[in-house]
Ligand binder design. Structure first.
Ligand SMILES: Nc1ncnc2c1ncn2[C@@H]1O[C@H](COP(=O)(O)OP(=O)(O)O)[C@@H](O)[C@H]1O
Ligand SMILES: [Mg+2]
Length: 247
């Protein structure tokens, strides 16, 4: 790769390709428990890049602006370089995970209608703390117009993906979204959309997402779940994984 390596994240390596574009290389590492558990899962990077590219295309086809530019068919996605909003938006359709811990009156997988939108300040050292919409405004991270736009976009992304998963017999439990501004000040959906960033259940209530690793710490089971997710979305991952050397 000729482009400059600028950021080594938990799940991706980011390279600057030009003043306008970055390349996100999906790693085979998986982390859980705020980085307390780490493991190598050969094939995971390809599967997450494949699923992410597919879902960005689904979203673009529904008229949602994303940072997606192109997919190399392996583990790298070229995307528009953005000024990232340091906030993670979580949209929840069913109660699960940290929501159950902070609000015990929810039962596991209770439907949340309309979906619950949550904000976290993106800071690993603080464990991405939950913040209020008001915190985002008072600290000038976003204007109220921009915040309204992010909420509107997140509800829409959740709606489009829920529908797409439903047609594959899958249930979207919750999803974490990140956004950034392009050079014209437009808000675009960024980062990734994969089993690392959403929870999705099959007809039997089986997770096809990172929850498998959080619960079992078993990398083979995680790989199987990610392969199943890609298959269910109609993606041909076998060819890529059987012909390429991963690392
Ligand atoms: N289009 C984009 N432009 C610039 N930065 C981006 C873009 N999309 C995602 N990012 C950032 O790149 C990094 C991706 O690597 P990741 O492994 O997810 O990192 P992290 O450990 O910080 O979550 C994240 O910090 C994410 O916010
Ligand atoms: Mg990340």
């Amino acid at each position: 790769m000729t482009s400059q390596h600028v950021y080594d994240g938990k799940s991706k390596r980011v390279y600057v390709k030009s003043s306008e574009e970055i390349v996100m290389e999906f790693k085979d590492e998986v982390t859980a428990g705020d980085g307390a558990y780490k493991a190598l899962v050969p094939g995971k990077g390809v599967l997450c890049a494949l699923v992410s590219a597919h879902l960005f295309r689904v979203l673009e086809d529904s008229g949602i602006s994303t940072h997606f530019v192109e997919y190399d068919g392996l583990r790298s996605i070229t995307a528009k370089k953005l000024k990232m909003v340091p906030v993670e938006v979580i949209v929840r359709n069913y109660s699960y995970g940290s929501l159950l811990k902070r609000m015990p009156l929810y039962g596991e997988l209770d439907p949340l209608v309309p979906p619950l939108v949550e904000f976290h300040y993106k800071d690993d050292s603080l464990h991405d703390p939950l913040i209020l919409p008001e915190d985002i405004l008072r600290t000038n991270i976003l204007t109220s117009r921009e915040l309204s736009r992010i909420i509107e976009l997140s509800i829409l992304v959740n709606h489009v993906l829920s529908k797409h998963f439903r047609s594959a017999g899958l249930k979207l439990v919750d999803i974490k979204l990140e956004y950034g501004f392009n050079s014209s000040g437009e808000l675009l959906l960024a980062d990734e959309v994969s089993g690392d960033t959403f929870r999705v259940l099959d007809e039997n209530g089986r997770h096809l997402d990172k929850e498998v690793f959080r619960k079992t710490k078993n990398t083979d089971l995680l790989l199987k779940a990610y392969q199943e997710l890609a298959t269910r979305l109609g993606l041909r991952w076998e060819v890529v994984l059987s012909t390429k050397i991963f690392g």
